[in-house]
Write a protein that binds this ligand. Structure first.
Ligand code: F6R
Length: 242
């Protein structure tokens, strides 16, 4: 595991984007695993800037998003579909049919999980999986539990996750109760994992996840088993590593 701490958010975002840029420069048809939420917004901003300067192309790349809310209309501003369009897809040359996000409005969500899993299987392996970290240690929407699911599945979001994400909605009632998420199996199968964590409010959980016992009640602790994990922290999140 390679843990890097950055003085500023700007430097962190630039370095995070740098990993994606180098990958696409050396392997234009790379498979990217993408995250949403507050954490990677700045990384996507840097990627868009670099794309506009002609430093990279997504034309041959494929992407898979980690998760999507169940039952939120695709055009809702907080759907991860809208998020990806807003922060990345509308601004770069990634062909629409090469960008995959679970369909949270599928008539049969279980069937949608199987469809997504089949698409992932076709791609074989994600080259670079970008991850944020939930306050309760979730990765994707793999919430703490006695057991974890390997494949894509429907998950009931924990109350604390809904509360954390309520900041993006007008009220707590609007926050979806369920999501479709990639399972820990595919996440851990990625060639490289880039975990980005910012803020003092995550200092404790990231330290426990990376230095404490590996347990399904702290899903991110499974990342310790990954042979090629890069962790990017800002000063506040790195508090307990110093
Ligand atoms: C998002 C995702 C989640 C977030 C996590 C942190 O696709 O899978 O695991 O990465 O909830 O969210 P933020 O970055 O908003 O603190």
């Amino acid at each position: 595991m390679n843990i890097v701490t950055f003085e500023s958010t700007e430097e962190l975002n630039e370095a995070g984007a740098g990993i994606v840029i180098s990958l696409l420069q050396t392997k234009p048809d790379a498979v990217l695993g993408l995250a949403t939420g507050g954490t990677p917004v700045g990384v996507y901003e840097h990627l868009v800037k670099a794309y506009r300067k002609g430093r990279l192309s997504f034309r041959k790349a494929t992407s898979f998003n980690l998760d999507e809310y169940v039952g939120l209309p695709q055009e809702h501003p907080e759907s991860y579909y809208s998020y990806m369009k807003q922060h990345l897809f509308d601004h770069v040359d990634l062909p629409v049919h090469q960008a995959h996000i679970p369909d949270g409005n599928a008539e049969n969500p279980e069937e949608e999980c199987r469809r997504y899993e089949a698409k992932l299987a076709e791609a074989k392996q994600i080259d670079l999986q970008i991850l944020g970290l939930g306050h309760n240690g979730h990765i994707g929407f793999n919430e703490p539990d006695h057991t974890l699911v390997s494949g894509t599945h429907v998950v009931e979001l924990k109350e604390e996750t809904r509360k954390a994400n309520a900041r993006f909605f007008d009220s707590m009632d609007e926050v979806p109760t369920h999501a479709i998420t990639m399972g820990v199996g595919m996440i851990l199968k990625a060639k490289t994992i880039l975990l980005i964590v910012r803020g003092e409010d995550k200092a404790d959980v990231v330290h426990r996840a990376l230095t404490g016992p590996i347990r399904t009640e702290l899903p991110a602790s499974l990342l310790q088993t990954h042979p090629n994990l890069v962790v990017m922290l800002d000063q506040a999140a790195a508090k307990h590593f110093q």
